[in-house]
Write a protein of this length. Structure first.
Length: 161
């Protein structure tokens, strides 16, 4: 799969390098594939500062550094939730851009009750805040992870265009 994602990741990397900007990534149901795709580009340190996989409440706490109250009334896999995460990962890593994906890939029960096959991605950057919801109506975990990653990279690439 990374071979398939590499050409798009290379275009994203070139756009970020041309702008002299960097990105931080918060993967959720994508399981690290957004970050991994970007890291297929040699010299990634020129545009990628870091990130992580948000897969538990503790992970969320560490990566975003937001108090529990910030999440009060919010629901996972929604545009508002993804935007908050994208802003937080960008700010905590001192990047120009943040991308966050939150959803349920399927195959097991989501702790917050999100139905399998739903993903929401947000991209924030200089003057840009975009979200995209992807719904597959599928419980195919691997297939969903791949589709969610492609959707996230598509959103990021369009934000940089």
């Amino acid at each position: 799969m990374l071979n398939e994602l590499h050409p798009q990741a290379a275009r994203i990397a070139e756009a970020l390098k041309a702008r002299r900007e960097k990105i931080a990534v918060a993967d959720g149901a994508t399981g690290g594939l957004i970050g991994a795709a970007l890291l297929t580009v040699p010299g990634a340190l020129k545009f990628y500062v870091g990130g992580g996989i948000v897969y538990s409440l503790r992970g969320r706490e560490v990566l975003f550094g937001l108090p529990d109250e910030a999440f009060a009334g919010m629901r996972s896999a929604t545009p508002d939730y993804a935007l908050m995460q994208a802003r937080a990962i960008r700010d905590n890593f001192g990047a120009d851009w943040g991308i966050a994906e939150t959803g349920s890939a399927g195959g097991s029960r989501h702790p917050m009750g999100v139905a399998s096959g739903i993903s929401c991605c947000a991209v924030v950057g200089p003057g840009v805040e975009l979200t995209r919801v992807t719904e597959t109506a599928s419980d195919d975990r691997i297939g969903n992870m791949q589709l969610f990653t492609r959707a996230a990279l598509d959103l990021l690439e369009s934000a940089l265009a």
